[in-house]
Design a binder for this molecule. Structure first.
Ligand SMILES: [Zn+2]
Length: 111
């Protein structure tokens, strides 16, 4: 009678199950001294999830509260692109950063 509705419900349920399974997998793979940290890109709004050491997560919270850390000292094991998501004033993913960078590069070309 309402095929569209039941279809959507189905999709929703599948989605939730998938997320729940993902969550369980994460819990299993998480070490005792590790925790999950999520960051979203302020340009494309994608969410990224990282496994970090608990002390790194703690340092990051202090950094957010205004501690004078350098982001590369908070997350020494991350790549520059990954750190860009957490860096104050940047908060963008590698893809968006590259796009911006290529934009600036293009602007710097001789005309
Ligand atoms: Zn992005």
């Amino acid at each position: 009678m309402y095929p569209e509705f039941s279809f959507k419900k189905e999709v929703l349920r599948d989605c939730t199950n998938e997320n729940y399974e993902k969550y369980l997998t994460w819990q299993e793979t998480l070490g005792e001294d590790e925790e999950y940290l999520t960051a979203s890109c302020r340009i494309c709004y994608k969410d990224f999830c990282f496994t970090v050491k608990k002390e790194e997560a703690q340092k990051y919270r202090e950094y957010q509260d205004g501690a004078p850390y350098l982001i590369q000292n908070v997350f020494p094991n991350m790549s520059c692109e990954e750190r860009g998501l957490f860096a104050k004033g940047q908060n963008m993913c590698g893809t968006c950063f590259k796009e911006m960078f290529s934009f600036y590069q293009g602007g710097a070309e001789e005309d």
